[in-house]
Design a binder for this molecule. Structure first.
Ligand code: IPM
Ligand code: MG
Length: 356
């Protein structure tokens, strides 16, 4: 019986990287006796152009009927001036996460040894980086009440940072559970010296920690965490944090893995999980074969592991990526100045050749 995967390439480089990852999934799935049925859906600017809305009902339905979702990226300058609720980011990505109940975004930050010199940071600092950032994905500043008012003194804009005990509890529990499968160490990141929501966050994390005596917990302010990430990244095993902090810290942490083009993600917590690279649609390099497909290919590895319970298949993909990088192949984002690089398609092909 074929397993249905919703494929949402989206915009910009999304349409270049997703096909490479789909081919990897097909290849590896077959070896493990899985046959996939890929059903494409419209999202983001592509959906606006075709249907007038960034997240068509048909796409949501397709996602709900699938066993997993593979997403490329959404957005681009063409749609930036639309009213905010129609823009790809706010009109498609956020409601997709919310409607599917995907409250936990897992972003593994792992440095392949061959890329130790690809980072802008010193090799001795980044070597051995291996952490999992768990970003709360359906609460906090992104989803709190927003408003804008004209007053006699000028305009006022408000974004609200809200967390409930239950929202914190479920993400904390997940962090401790996942830490037990890793090195058993959780860093909870907040701004409890200033924010009330962070003080609740810290209390609830401490409370949930009592269920996990085998895991060590430390708390860190978000500003300090930003500094510690580039000072001594090997200190981190699992980081758990609220939506906005996680958004910012993971872009920063991606540089520990060489490039944001290496950062995969899995969004879980609902009936169906969503897998997507953590980078955006990169309109500046779209259509030029310059995009790095590895983040999407590693997202497919997360899918095999998480949605299909095939950790071995995921391991094979990671080994193939490691081997291709060890041979010196680089995409444009990873290449040293003046060094040649592989196109998006060539990199996909090289990884599949290793897998075959
Ligand atoms: C991410 C992205 C999105 C986010 C944008 C595109 C809305 O930056 O997935 O990290 O902020 O969540
Ligand atoms: Mg981001």
């Amino acid at each position: 019986m074929a397993r249905k995967i919703a494929v949402l390439p989206g915009d910009g480089i999304g349409v270049e990287i997703v096909p490479e990852a789909v081919r990897v999934l097909e290849l590896v799935g077959r070896r493990y006796g899985l046959e996939f049925e890929f059903a494409e859906g419209l999202i983001g600017g592509a959906a606006i152009d075709a249907t007038g809305v960034p997240l068509p009902e048909a796409t949501l339905k397709l996602c709900r009927e699938s066993e997993a979702i593979l997403l490329g990226a959404v957005g681009g300058p063409k749609w930036d001036d639309l009213p905010v609720h129609l823009r790809p980011e706010v009109g498609a990505l956020l409601p997709l996460r919310k409607q599917l109940g995907l409250y936990a975004n897992l972003r593994p930050v792992f440095l392949f040894p061959a890329l130790e010199d690809a980072s802008t940071l010193k090799q001795e600092v980044v070597a051995g980086t291996d952490m999992l950032v768990i970003r709360e994905l359906t609460g906090g500043l992104y989803f709190g009440e927003k408003k804008r008012e004209k007053t006699p003194e000028g305009e006022v804009a408000v974004d609200t940072l809200v967390y409930t005990t239950e929202e914190i509890r479920r993400i904390a529990r997940l962090a401790f559970q996942l830490a037990m499968k890793r090195r058993g160490q959780v860093t909870s990141v907040d701004k409890a010296n200033v924010l009330e929501s962070s003080r609740l966050w810290r209390e609830v994390v401490n409370e949930v920690h009592r269920e996990f005596p085998g895991v060590t917990l430390n708390h860190m302010y978000v500003d300090n965490c930003a500094m510690q990430l580039v000072r001594y990244p090997r200190q981190f095993d699992v980081i758990v944090t609220e939506n906005m902090f996680g958004d910012i810290l993971t872009d920063q942490a991606s540089m520990l893995s060489g490039s944001i083009g290496m950062l995969a993600s899995a969004s879980i917590g609902g009936q169906v999980a969503l897998y997507e690279p953590a980078h955006g649609s990169a309109p500046d390099i779209a259509g030029q074969g310059k995009a790095n497909p590895i983040a999407t290919i590693l997202s497919v590895a997360l899918m095999l592991e998480t949605s299909f319970d095939l950790p071995q298949a995921a391991g094979e993909i990671r080994l193939a990526v490691a081997a291709v990088l060890a041979e010196g192949h680089r995409t444009a984002d990873l290449a040293a100045p003046g060094q040649g690089y592989e196109s998006t398609q060539e990199m996909g092909e090289l990884i599949r050749a290793k897998l075959a």
